[in-house]
Unconditional design. Structure first.
Ligand SMILES: C[S@@+](CC[C@H](N)C(=O)[O-])C[C@H]1O[C@@H](n2cnc3c(N)ncnc32)[C@H](O)[C@@H]1O
Length: 246
């Protein structure tokens, strides 16, 4: 399992709910949740190097929003398969790099030469997300978008692919009466914090990859205007896909 932030909470909750299991969270960064039960530990490591040490031992591996970041997602999938016991389960999850409207259609990207922030048709956050993820060095890696993760599982003969589910997280609203949205208002608030954090965290990579400070100032303001006082309803789309080790 790879882990960080909300994934840490999930790991701790899982360990508390099932005291007879051992839960391990892996991330390149330090994980220090306030409460860590005895049957749970967090390891700061490269998931590839970590998994290379294990074969046929894990019952469940959850890998959320990480396949996109490793240099070779196919190799990661293969290693996960090797480290699971037969019958063990892989849960892959990731978002899709688009921002969706209430009809579950992607907003077109805001136009870079049009600095107006109140365009109701196009989205500045969609533009920022696109520009940031397009610059990730591993972005050339295929099949790591949420709706493509199933291909990684289907192409690896160690797995029987079983299915996938889609979720839409509202950004700074409650998601309305859309089917399948639980705790929409809370998710909406958390997603706003996520977006603002993401703006901050992705800024250095945008600067180092050719965008100017002046451009980013305008875009940053436009995204903040868009998400903090929304004139349009926005969702981020997630997909969870699962497979069993044969
Ligand atoms: C978008 S965050 C997702 C965090 C967490 N898994 C979640 O779902 O909330 C991507 C995470 O991948 C981690 N990461 C990237 N490459 C990694 C690697 N080779 N091994 C372990 N973790 C890695 C980063 O440190 C970062 O925390």
């Amino acid at each position: 399992m790879t882990s960080d932030h909300s994934e840490q909470i999930r790991a701790v909750e899982m360990a508390l709910e099932f005291p007879h299991i051992e839960v391990i969270g892996i991330d390149l960064t330090e994980s220090n949740p306030k409460i860590v039960p005895g049957n749970c530990r967090f390891i700061k490591a490269d998931v590839i190097a970590f998994l290379e040490e294990y074969a046929g031992v894990f019952d469940l591996i959850q890998c959320r929003s990480v396949a996109k970041h490793v240099p070779d997602a196919t190799a990661l999938t293969c290693l996960i398969g090797r480290s699971l016991r037969p019958g063990g389960v892989l849960l892959f999850a990731d978002a899709i790099t688009d921002i969706y409207n209430v009809d579950k259609q992607p907003y077109p990207l805001a136009l870079v030469n049009d600095s107006a922030s109140n365009d109701k048709i196009r989205s500045w956050f969609a533009r920022w997300l696109f520009e940031a993820t397009a610059r990730w060095t591993t972005k050339a890696q295929q099949n790591t978008e949420g709706d493509k993760l199933h291909i990684l599982m289907r192409e690896d003969s160690q797995f029987e692919y079983l299915g996938q589910k889609t979720y839409y997280s509202p950004i700074n609203w409650d998601g309305g009466d859309q089917e399948g949205i639980l705790n929409g208002a809370e998710i909406g608030k958390l997603m706003l914090l996520n977006v603002l954090d993401f703006l901050q965290a992705s800024r250095p990579s945008l600067l180092s990859e050719g965008l100017t400070e002046a451009t980013l100032q305008v875009w940053d303001k436009n995204v903040r205007d868009e998400v903090t006082a929304p004139t349009k309803r926005m969702f981020l789309k997630w997909v969870v896909a699962w497979a069993v080790k044969v």
